[in-house]
Every structure is written in C-alpha cells, then in structure tokens.
Design a protein around this ligand. Structure first.
Ligand code: NAP
Length: 331
C-alpha cells in the first residue's frame, strides 16, 4: 500500500480511501448495517487506513455505522477519519448548502459524537456556499483546528477562485473533487492549483459510481432512490458508449498488465498525480478484494494517452458529474 502525509503534519493516509456514501443508504437504494460494518472492518486488511464519510450520507447513518465499526473493531488508532460539513437538510430530506460558522461548529460536534471519537483527522467543507462570505467559512475551520477537534482542513467541490479566497484565511491541506478517467474536468483547473500549492487530492467517484468496476451492464436495475437512476451517464444511448469504452479498457488492462479495468481505473487516478488518494466506494468486503491488484505497477504517459484515445473514441457525447451538486439555500 502506498501512503501519503495529508497535511505534512503526521496525518497519514493510504492512497486508497474507503468511501462510505453508499453505506449511508440515501441515494444508493438503502444499506445493510451488518454488511457495512464488515466492509469497514475489512479495509485495514487491505492496507486501507483512510475512511471518508459525511453527515449528509444517510443523514447521520454513514457516520454512525463508521463509528460503530471502528469502535467494535478497535480500529481508531489504525485509521484516519475524514468527514465533511456545510450541508443542511430538513425533515423531508431536502439538502442545501450552509457554510455558516454556527452550522460548521455544530456539525463538527455532531460528527465527533456519531463517530465516537474526540478528534477528526480531516474535516472538509462539502460544497462551497455562495450565500456565506468565505472568510466566515474558513475562519470556522481554523477555529476547529485550533481547538484540536480537527487535524487537517479540506474543501470539496471548490473552484480555484474559491480555493484562493479560502487560503487567505486558513491553510487548505486537502481538496476533494470528482476525478476518474471519464470525469476529468479538474485537469483544467483544480489539479493545476493543487500541483502549484502541493495540496493533496482526494479523488471521489474513482470508479465512476461502479461504471468502471467491469461489472456494470446495460440491463442492470438500480433499486429505490439509487442515484444512478438519474445519473446521465447511466441513461441510453450514452450508457452504451461508456460501457463500450469499459469493454475496450478491460481488454487493454488484460493485454498490457494482466489486470482488469477496475485495477486500471484506480491506478490511473494514482498515477495522474503523486499526491492523490483514490476514494473507493464499497459496500461489501468482497468489493475491496481487488485493492491488492493496484500496487506494484504503473501507467506511463504512453499508456495514459492510449486510455484517453479509447475513451474519446467511444464516448462521443460525454457528460460530467454536475447532476450531484446540491442547491444553495433560499435566503
Ligand atoms: P465510486 O467509488 O465511483 O463507486 C462506488 C460503487 O462502485 C459501489 O457502490 C459499488 O456499486 C461499485 N463497486 C465498488 N467496488 C466494486 C467491485 N469490486 N466490483 C463491482 N462493483 C464495485 O462512487 P462513490 O461512492 O460515489 O465515490 C466514492 C466516495 O467518494 C464516496 O463514498 C464518498 O466518500 C466520496 N464522494 C464525495 C463526494 C463529494 O461531494 N465530496 C461526492 C461523491 C462521492 P454497487 O454495489 O451498487 O454495484
């Protein structure tokens, strides 16, 4: 397992982090708590020492399950816990951005309670809030760091201009953005910013919500509120374009490395930027077994160019992950 110091200050993470959005159930068609706990507890067996969660994932459920798994497994000293703040929700589960100082300070305490810990290794602003001055948001995070409640500061889904504004008030240790070989929007903005500032990147959706797992097929049905029912990549005729690219990438991975497309997709994230961490959403221990295939080989520039050529040839009507963005509050 490759590791990374998240803030130059001793918060060390594996370069694959376990993503626990699906474990919260909401927008993923429900959750199985016992299976989720087994998944979280199996992560360190594969060298995974970073767990990423958020209050909004299941409206507290994901954090509670993570807290329970860590406590029952005696894992607190073995894993870094990353969570988020600055989204609110109401009784009807309507989500909106809220990065006011009061909200952030309250949420940090709620997360500490649900996670069953007295410090959070990494707290991230989940989405920027256009209704709140960046000074207020950033100073709330600086306060939490001074209080020792959090060890590293992250921001998610920020633009370079928002990153600059936040940085004037508080140091950004980590940026978290969507990044996978189908969703490369940050190549043009946030990744150059991270490179210039030596900032760590947590790449979310590394498997493009399962599309890059190699197990996805056109007849797959998604139960309940599973977000893939609304994800434009999973709607025809686009779905077939992405699946055709995955098929050829599978062949490419087998022919050149004796690996599978899932291994290739994660390796791609890690080799794009040496300070990246790939967040891998999993809800069963079996889904994490492939982690061991990611180490000990690399994609060089020629290979990465070939991967781009395969994707561009098949996906003639690409679309990004914008559908996931929550709205601002009505103020
Ligand atoms: P992802 O990691 O791209 O995909 C996760 C899905 O892929 C799983 O739920 C599973 O779906 C499938 N999968 C995983 N391993 C597999 C395997 N071995 N074989 C077959 N299928 C497999 O998507 P994600 O969960 O959206 O992203 C990862 C994490 O990033 C999240 O959990 C969260 O921590 C973070 N995230 C953050 C933000 C943000 O705004 N900051 C947004 C999105 C995500 P099925 O079980 O349904 O097949």
């Amino acid at each position: 397992m490759e590791t990374l110091d998240l803030n130059g200050n001793g918060v060390v993470a594996s370069r694959i982090g376990l993503g626990t959005w699906a474990i919260g159930g909401w927008m993923w068609g429900g959750t199985d708590e016992a299976e989720s706990i087994r998944t979280i507890q199996s992560a360190p067996d594969h060298g995974i020492t970073l767990i990423d969660t958020a209050p909004v994932y299941g409206f507290g459920r994901s954090e509670e399950i993570v807290g329970k798994a860590v406590k029952q497994g005696g894992l607190r000293d073995k894993v870094a816990l990353a969570t988020k703040c600055a989204l609110e929700w109401d009784a009807k589960e309507r989500v909106a951005r809220n990065a006011t100082k009061n909200r952030i300070l309250k949420e940090a305490d709620d997360s500490l309670r649900r996670l069953g810990t007295d410090y959070i290794d990494l707290l991230q602003i989940h989405w920027p809030d256009p209704n709140v001055d960046m000074y207020e948001t950033a100073s709330a995070m600086a306060t939490l760091r001074e209080q020792g409640k959090i060890r590293a500061v992250g921001v998610s889904n920020f633009t370079p201009a928002q990153l600059d504004a936040f940085s004037e008030v508080a140091t950004i240790d980590v940026v978290q953005n969507p990044y996978n070989l189908f969703e490369r929007q940050i190549d043009e903005d946030v990744l150059p910013w991270a490179q210039a500032h030596d900032t760590r990147l947590l790449a979310y959706g590394a498997l493009c919500r399962g599309l890059l797992s190699g197990r996805m097929h056109a007849g797959r049905e998604f139960p309940g509120d599973d977000l893939r029912n609304n994800d434009p990549k999973f709607q025809q005729p686009r779905f077939d374009q992405y699946l055709a690219a995955v098929n050829e990438l599978e062949q490419f991975a087998q022919d050149n490395y004796g690996k599978h497309v899932l291994d290739l997709a994660i390796r791609w994230v890690l080799d794009q930027y040496p300070h990246s961490v790939a967040l891998w959403g999993a809800r069963t221990p079996e889904q994490l077994e492939a982690v061991d295939n990611v180490w000990g080989w690399h994609l060089d520039e020629a290979a990465r160019n070939q991967i781009k050529e395969i994707v561009d040839r098949h996906v003639v009507d690409p679309v990004g992950p914008e559908f996931m963005a929550p709205p601002a509050r009505d103020v």
